[in-house]
Design a protein. Structure first.
Length: 472
């Protein structure tokens, strides 16, 4: 081994260590930021090792350097600008785009390596198998993530999109992928077969995500993230890069575990989610729910302020409405005001609240909400039994008591037991249903008051009202 090869190996080893430590620290919100920085440092180290390899490699050429520099400049510039300017509500779309870029890049690496080895006669099953797997997984991640991003952005309708014979088409596409992939492995002498695999896998990614509804977005984003990690790992096997193998395996494993946890939080299997989305429940149940929520009690910000000022235990339930209004700082200010006056305040976080895994945790962390105040589902539900006021800000399906009954779109889904609180206040723009497509029965309960307003404005008005009561 040459000194340069040894040094490059050290770079990749250091990157792998940083990836492992960084991912380990991302397991809790308290250390997640440090873990993210360590992982970013690992990526910088890996890129540095790649540059070192390119510098000392004997087969470097001007075209390769142009492509490398252009990729670093364009990708780095886009990443910095987009990440700094993205709104919190658009982070799920950005994550989906990153998934698409990662999967597409891994597939491109495998295809390019296949072409170069085909010309030199270096194709063996140990190479062709990971090449085919990389292209299949990476292509599915690329097209599927782009569709998911389009749904989250509103460019593509969020409800399930299906057409007659869709499952038959899916079966045909899968057969084409498997057949062409097997022929490529058995007879790795021509790139047209691999091109068929690429196109069919891209089509399958589109067909896989289109029928999935918006309520399943957290699971879909997590699954596509896992696929991107696996594609990167396969690319590492193709080009014999240990850092890519380790990083891809870590992302794939973490994404898979998170996907299973998200599905469990919705009391549904991943297969069920892939075969269809929310909003496909019994229309009769939806009609019954609609009549049940026709009689609601409206309250004002002054009414809510009075309740909160004289409460002992308050639980805030954030949802996508909070993110859409960019009201995380307002809710944090209100919580701090209550805490300063001796009122116990907690946040109840549902695993699938928002548009991606951990959306609410990220949102509240941006407003410097103490991690000790964030309760997960299992911790939060017992706390509602002694809660004086539950303040629901923009959450819908994750608080719907209809989940405890059969025959509707959210049946069996674990929910936050908000209705166990002595008093419930729901801040919402209107009575429109959530992604599940059915009304929320919580809204018509006797202890529930509805404050119809934008979350940012409503929370500001409530804070003013609380100040009035706690200072008099």
């Amino acid at each position: 081994m040459t000194p340069f090869a040894f040094l490059t190996g050290l770079f990749f080893l250091a990157a792998a260590v940083l990836f492992v430590i960084g991912l380990h620290q991302m397991r809790t919100p308290r250390t997640a930021r440090r873990g993210n920085l360590l992982s970013a440092g690992g990526m910088v180290t890996a890129v540095g090792g790649t540059l070192l390899y390119a510098i000392v490699s004997s087969n470097s050429n001007p075209f390769g350097w142009v492509a490398l520099v252009a990729g670093v400049v364009i990708g780095g510039t886009f990443g910095v600008i987009r990440s700094r300017s993205v709104k919190m509500t658009d982070i799920p779309q950005l994550v989906s785009l990153f998934n698409a870029v990662g999967g597409g890049a891994a597939a491109a690496v495998a295809f390019a390596d296949f072409l170069s080895r085909d010309l030199t006669g270096g194709l063996t099953p140990s190479v062709s198998v990971p090449v085919v797997l990389d292209i299949v997984i990476g292509s599915v991640s690329l097209s599927g993530s782009l569709i998911a991003a389009g749904k989250l952005q509103g460019l593509i309708p969020g409800q399930p999109i299906q057409f007659p014979g869709a499952r038959i088409v899916n079966v045909i596409v899968v057969v084409i992928v498997v057949s062409a992939g097997a022929l490529t492995v058995l007879q790795p002498t021509s790139w047209p077969l691999l091109l068929v695999v690429l196109v069919a896998a891209l089509l399958f990614g589109i067909l896989m995500v289109l029928p999935i509804g918006g309520a399943d977005a957290p699971v879909v984003v997590s699954l596509l993230n896992a696929l991107t990690g696996l594609a990167v790992a396969m690319a590492g096997f193709v080009i014999d890069n240990q850092a890519m193998i380790i990083a891809g395996a870590l992302v794939g494993a973490a994404g898979t575990i998170l996907t299973l946890q998200m599905a469990k939080a919705m009391n549904r299997s991943v297969l069920t989610i892939m075969l269809g989305g929310f909003g496909t429940g019994d229309s009769t149940a939806a009609t019954t729910g609609a009549s049940a929520t026709s009689n609601v009690r409206e309250v004002t910000a002054d009414d809510v302020g009075l309740q909160l000022a004289y409460a002992r235990h308050v639980i805030i339930v954030p949802g996508y409405g909070l993110a859409a209004s960019q009201a995380q700082h307002e809710v944090a200010e209100l919580a701090k005001l209550l805490t300063d006056h001796g009122i116990d305040v907690k946040y109840a976080i549902h695993p699938v609240a928002g548009r991606m895994p951990g959306h609410m945790n990220v949102l509240l962390a941006e407003a410097n909400v103490p991690y000790s105040q964030m309760l997960q589902l299992d911790e939060a539900n017992p706390a509602f039994d002694t809660c004086d006021v539950a303040l629901v800000v923009g959450a819908n399906d994750v608080t719907n008591p209809a989940a405890r009954r059969t025959g509707n779109a959210v049946s069996g889904m674990p929910i936050l037991d908000v209705d166990h609180a002595k008093s419930v206040v729901v801040i919402k723009r209107s009575m429109s249903p959530g992604y599940a497509g059915i009304p929320n029965e919580l809204f018509s309960l006797p202890q529930t008051g509805m404050l119809f307003d934008d979350a940012k404005k409503a929370l500001g008005d409530i804070t003013v009202a609380v100040k009035q009561y706690v200072t008099t």
